[in-house]
Design a binder for this molecule. Sequence first.
Ligand code: MN
Ligand code: MN
Length: 471
Amino acid sequence: MSSSSELKKQLFFNSKHLHDDTADAEWKQVSSFVEGYKTFLSACKTERECVAHIKAEVQKKGFEEFDYNRKYNPGDKFYYVNRKKAMIIGTIGKQSLESGLNLLVSHIDSPRIDLKPKPLYEKEELAYFKTHYYGGIKKYQWTTIPLALHGKLIKRDGQEVDLMVGEDADDPIFCISDLLPHLASEQMKRPVSRGVLGEELNLVVGSLPFKTADQDEKPDASERVRLNVLKLLNERYGIVEQDFITAELCLVPAGKARDVGFDRSLICAYGQDDRVCAYTALCAHLELKSPTYTTLTVLADKEETGSDGNTGLKSAFLLHFIRDLAEQTGYDYRRALRNSCCLSADVNAAYDPAWPDVFEKNNSSLLNHGVVVTKYTGSGGKFGTADASAEFVYRVTSLFDEKKITWQPGMLGKVDIGGGGTVAKYMANLDMDVVDIGVPVLSMHAPYEITAKLDVFMLKNALLAFASREG
Ligand code: MN
Ligand code: MN
């Protein structure tokens, strides 16, 4: 007769803490890997910045811009940029395209606050920008924190202006004000979802009135603070108010990614959903030598607003790209798609011991327990999910076991509490197999999100193992 502890070991399925299996030398490797990740997070806070940065990185490694007229051979490496906001990185495999592709899909947009097309206004001698938030945020979290302005606009003469204010130590930052608790008794009675409303996310951008030497001008002339801000913008960037109509200007938390904890085991940074997957997919792809299957790393935009738009994965850009790639090598793109395998790489909610009520612990992912495999996302009766097949979940998890990838199952939360999705369904709708994998994140969609270093490193290894699969 076996003891109950032996039998438990044999029959139970429990994920394990990665640190128990991590030697000191490996921890050093993990620490050095995540320094690169932190640098990436600090430098790339919008999808445009990610594309520009990654394009430069892959060019350094010999990837060339995709050429429709070229016939590609095994080992050839290329990249394709969609409208400066989404990107595909590719390496041709030894097998024909009709035997399927590997796809590593993640997104490079993150929740943030955008400007309205005519943002500047003045009220009682303070100048503000009007905003519209991007993605699912808890609005109250975005007040009274230092915000940086990133993005671009195009002047009426066609000249492009790139802006980044608030990241250098000498830069000013911007801030959304909130009411002092002493006067907030009415505000505090609002439900949290209405604690700060969309139209209350107003950004303070100046307080000094324009001064004139003209003796005739009345000192109480209206909107002198607004005028002064525009004058400064005009002097610095040559822009006038109308130029904001084109602007893609984003407010993101200012500052760099930091370690968390006395043991420095965690990373706190803006935009880890989903740049943790974008960065690890990029690193895995760059380590890939000569894969069996053609591998595409897809970095998509607009996931946080539902994947609509020509840079999101509901658009046909990826399908058209795969079709172009197949046709120029003489293959049928439909067969290529049907035989393709995709990892939809996106973060999941880490079990938060401070908020246990919304999680079903047995099916939640834990920080430091490795790569999360999520068979289905969606909400309320599995609505809106691709739901990976038993066969494909087996294929991916058995490959992970074989390659010593520590993984854990993970669902977003309790049934009917809420829910969410990723791009997996849009990939599955293209007629390929797909499953969600990622890392657990604490405080997802907050200005600063937390991940565990060991999970981040393991995700890179998992994506590399998948991209180098042989069967
Ligand atoms: Mn995401
Ligand atoms: Mn998200």
